[in-house]
Design a protein around this ligand. Sequence first.
Ligand SMILES: [Zn+2]
Length: 684
Amino acid sequence: MPMPSAVDLAAHPLTTWQGPLGLPDFTRIGDGDFSGVFDAALTAHEAEIEAIAGNAETPTIENTLAALELGGEALDHVSSIFWCRAGAHTNEAIQALEREISPKMSRHFSAISMNERLFARIDDLYQRRDALKLDAETLQVLEKTWKNFVRSGARLDAKGKKRLAAINEELSSLGTNFGQNLLADERDWALFLDAADLAGLPEFLKSAMAEAAETRGQKGRYAVTLSRSIYEPFSTFSERRDLREIAFRAFTMRGQNGGATDNTAVVRDMLRLRAEKAKLLGYASYAALKLDDTMAKTPQAVHKLLDPVWEKAVEKAASDQIELQRLAAETGSNEEFAAWDWRFYQEKLRAEKFAFDEAELKPYLQLDRIIDACFDVATKLFGISFEEKQGIATWHPDTRAFVVKNADGSERGLFLADYFARPSKRSGAWMSALKSGYKLGDGSRPVIYNIMNFAKPPEGEAALLSVDEAKTLFHEFGHALHGMLTEVTWPSVAGTSVSRDFVELPSQLYEHWLTVPAVLEKHALHVKTGKPMPKALVDKMLAARTFGAGFATVEFTASALVDMAYHARPDAPEEPLRFEAETLEKLKMPDTIAMRHRTPHFGHIFAGDGYSAGYYSYMWSEVLDADAFAAFEETGDPFNPALAERLRKNIYAAGGSKDPEELYTAFRGKMPSPEAMMVKRGLV
Ligand SMILES: [Zn+2]
């Protein structure tokens, strides 16, 4: 058998990009190319790492930190195209490769973080950091790099390293168990109903329930399942209080039903291991470990945000409940108001107060006009512009390519956008980079892309968006701007490489400009008449945004506070569920509202590690974006040029080059307070 020919990374279209506009030549890339190129690129990166670690010369920024940052270029190139394909245009071959490549990548990068000779060189630079007289960004990168090694256990002795590896492995399989148990509970429970039981349910829900019953072998009936997309509308619309109660109890007991799929012991073990890991790495608690590289930094800072919000939310929920009880009494209910009544009466009240049909808005929200609005706002705020290029081959023919230009006409980078849903694309919307922008070495121009899942209109018709979809477009474009406006030197702090409680600021902030009156007047034009959205409709749309905030904020914040309570202790509770109950009692949790995620099904913090001691981040980002937009409102000009320049320089261009607190303060003059967010939510 002939040996497969070795891949030449310097000539392969996956690693050496020679297509139009500096993109890869997608017409020369086949699905069969990835595997061999990945292997060659991993080997090349290993050799680069070995050369840095084994360098006999004294460590310098150049021969160690810069070499580390610029290494692995071929791997970056093939990875960025592969993960783009895996999300936006996959097939069975790509999916099989994903399963093969994921563990290879994780082994590769954990070997780098455990490389003792490499860490010794980083540590040497770190210990001499003052004498090296580094500029602020280089110092920041050195400190971050050092900390990442340390947080991966680089400074532990052999015994400690072994224990840490064992803990990580055990945590990762417990996290998988947690997720699978939850999935099993959600899959196995269903409440089968007949046509006579469906009073109040809208058509879309009936058909989803019919489909759910059919897949469970009960064709012709209707199933309430524990999927949020069925459970929530069912408890919102069903006139049958008895059925709402059954569904509520099942939903809030997911993961806590005894037997093989019960998550109680999994949670107890995870909390114990997390506390041990924090101690091993020298932190007071797991929350202290997780928050160390965030904007919040400490559990105390998180409480400073959440506690006042909690207080207001509980007050608002209490006054809302009185109104809902009144409505319940008026409509003939004499039962005591319960948790399974809240969504039902809240919907009745909403319909009464803000009756408008989403269908009224849609004709005003044409995809192409909303894209123009995104570009237009970016031009007004930051001076950049977008020029579309036709006929550029990418991963799919629907993808559009835009050259991003600076105010002086010079080219800044590329923006690619793939707007329509198709079976080969995963659901959701996201931003990513084929290449990030930085100045180190020969430098690199950003190539940023957005992926959406809007319904593709029939040939010749305009694509129309819902309000939520238009918001999503602005949101992801805000992330894209974070990538495109970056001005940093070092790749590891470029664009969106910032802490998890800071990364949603540029995106959530950008959403605010969608509903600026001047933007709507110019771009929200009726698809047939070309007339702008009537003011009465705009007002209704804006007013409806704050409805139900008491309930939503209580259910969210309770979960965030319980997450923090678990992880800010130096040890772990023996009985997590008792601890959950005690924590809620101390908080005076209203008994008519349940946590959005109770412990046994709190996937964000237990099915893996993504948001442990981090569920607060969603609200933290909201505080930042509300406070940042309030800065513009205070000047009376949503495009205030001086403020826009400070925003560009300190937020959109700065990446992770400085501490986020320092960046935010440089933009705003002070740290944010939760007031603007509470106003935006309608809590005050
Ligand atoms: Zn986002």
